[in-house]
Design a protein around this ligand. Sequence first.
Ligand SMILES: [Zn+2]
Length: 118
Amino acid sequence: MSNEPAIGTRAICKACGERIVFVSPYWDHVGEMKPRHIAQPQAEAPPDLLAAVAAELARARSQHAPLHSAHEAYAVILEELDEVWSEVRTKVIDRTRLRKELIQLAAMAVRAVEDLGL
Ligand SMILES: [Zn+2]
């Protein structure tokens, strides 16, 4: 089957969050402890969500200089996380705003990896 993953492909189990590996024709949990449920890979993040993170990253790049150090990256990420917290602690969470803040947080984490050459 052509859309089957390659043998040895790693993923995260949808049921338990543990690491799993593809051992054709099925997925198996990695390691000695085998849960009693069937290993099933989590769906990947939907393309529109990753596109939103990429768009936010491009917007941030157009407005701010690259991150120069791990300390600077931490400060920027913490600022974004504080904005998430501001939304989370409201009595009625605005899901659209929370999504926007989380996408900004994700974009800054990606930016840190890129700018610091990690
Ligand atoms: Zn599992």
